[in-house]
Design a protein around this ligand. Structure first.
Ligand code: 13P
Length: 247
C-alpha cells in the first residue's frame, strides 16, 4: 500500500485578518503536527504576515495563467511564491462558477503553477443536479481529463481536492461513503494517465468539513486529508480537524 502523508488545508476565501493570522500561527506552531502536512491558503495579501510559521505550508487561492506582464489586478505564480506560497488552489468551484473559469484556462493555470514550482491543488466536484442525475463520475472524469489527459506529467506534481458543490458552505458534508466512492473514482480515472502518480497523489475532501465529521472522512482509504473553508477560520476547530488526520 502506498503511504500518503495526510494534508489538511485551510481555504480562508475572502476572509481573515492580521489578527487571525497571529491567532492561527500561535495555536498551530505550538501543536504537535508531526506526521501531517498543514497548508494555509489565506487571501494573498496576508501571506507575508506568516513569519513564524515554519511548520506550516502556505498557498494562494488562485493565480494568473500568465507569467508576468500588463495584467492589472492579477497575481502570478512567482509573486505568490515570493510572498511565501508553495501551493496554490486551482479551479475551486467558486472560481469556476462565479468567475467563469473553464477547462482550458485551468490547464494553463496548473501549468503556470507547476512550471514555477508551486504545487497546484486542483479542485473538482459535481453540483447537486449532476449528482441527482447520477453524473458524478462523468463530471469528475471530464474535469480531470481537462488537465491530466493531455499532460499526465503534471499529476505527480499535483494535489487533487474533491469538493462536491452541494456540500460547500451548506453544513451538509458528503457522507464518508459518498466521499470515498468519489475519491476512488478519481484515483481510478487518474490511473489511466499515470498509475504510479495516481497511487501517490493526495486527494483531499472539501465541503462542510468540521471537527465532528473530519475523523470519519479522513479514515476512508482514498481520503488523504481535507480542504476546509468555514471551519478553518476558527483556530481551535481547525487544529482539531488537523489532529483528526493523525488518528
Ligand atoms: P466549507 O468548508 O465552508 O464548506 O468550504 C469548503 C471549501 O470550499 C474549501 O475550499
Amino acid at each position: 500500500m502506498t503511504q500518503r502523508t495526510p494534508l489538511v488545508a485551510a481555504n480562508w476565501k475572502m476572509n481573515g485578518s492580521k489578527a487571525l493570522v497571529a491567532e492561527m500561527t500561535t495555536l498551530l506552531t505550538r501543536a504537535d503536527l508531526q506526521g501531517i502536512d498543514v497548508l494555509l491558503c489565506p487571501p494573498a495579501t496576508l501571506l507575508p504576515l506568516f513569519t513564524q510559521a515554519e511548520k506550516l505550508a502556505l498557498g494562494g487561492q488562485n493565480l494568473s495563467q500568465f507569467q508576468a506582464g500588463a495584467y492589472t489586478g492579477e497575481l502570478s505564480a512567482s509573486l505568490l511564491q515570493q510572498a511565501g506560497a508553495s501551493y496554490v488552489l486551482v479551479g475551486h468551484s467558486e472560481r469556476r462558477t462565479l468567475f467563469a473559469e473553464d477547462d482550458e484556462l485551468l490547464l494553463a493555470k496548473v501549468q503556470q503553477a507547476v512550471s514555477t514550482g508551486l504545487t497546484p491543488v486542483f479542485c473538482v466536484g459535481e453540483n447537486l443536479q449532476q449528482r441527482q442525475q447520477e453524473k458524478t463520475t462523468e463530471v469528475l472524469a471530464k474535469q480531470l481529463a481537462a488537465v491530466y489527459a493531455s499532460h499526465p506529467e503534471l499529476l505527480a506534481k499535483s494535489v487533487i481536492a474533491y469538493e462536491p458543490v452541494w456540500a460547500i458552505g451548506t453544513g451538509e458534508a458528503a457522507t464518508p461513503e459518498q466521499a470515498q466512492q468519489a475519491h476512488a473514482a478519481i484515483r481510478q480515472q487518474l490511473a489511466r494517465y499515470d498509475a504510479t502518480a495516481a497511487s501517490k497523489v493526495r486527494i483531499l475532501y472539501g465541503g462542510s468539513v468540521n471537527a465532528g465529521n473530519a475523523g470519519a472522512l479522513f479514515s476512508e482509504a482514498d481520503i488523504d486529508g481535507g480542504l476546509v473553508g468555514g471551519a478553518s477560520l476558527k483556530p481551535a476547530e481547525f487544529l482539531e480537524i488537523c489532529l483528526r488526520a493523525k488518528d
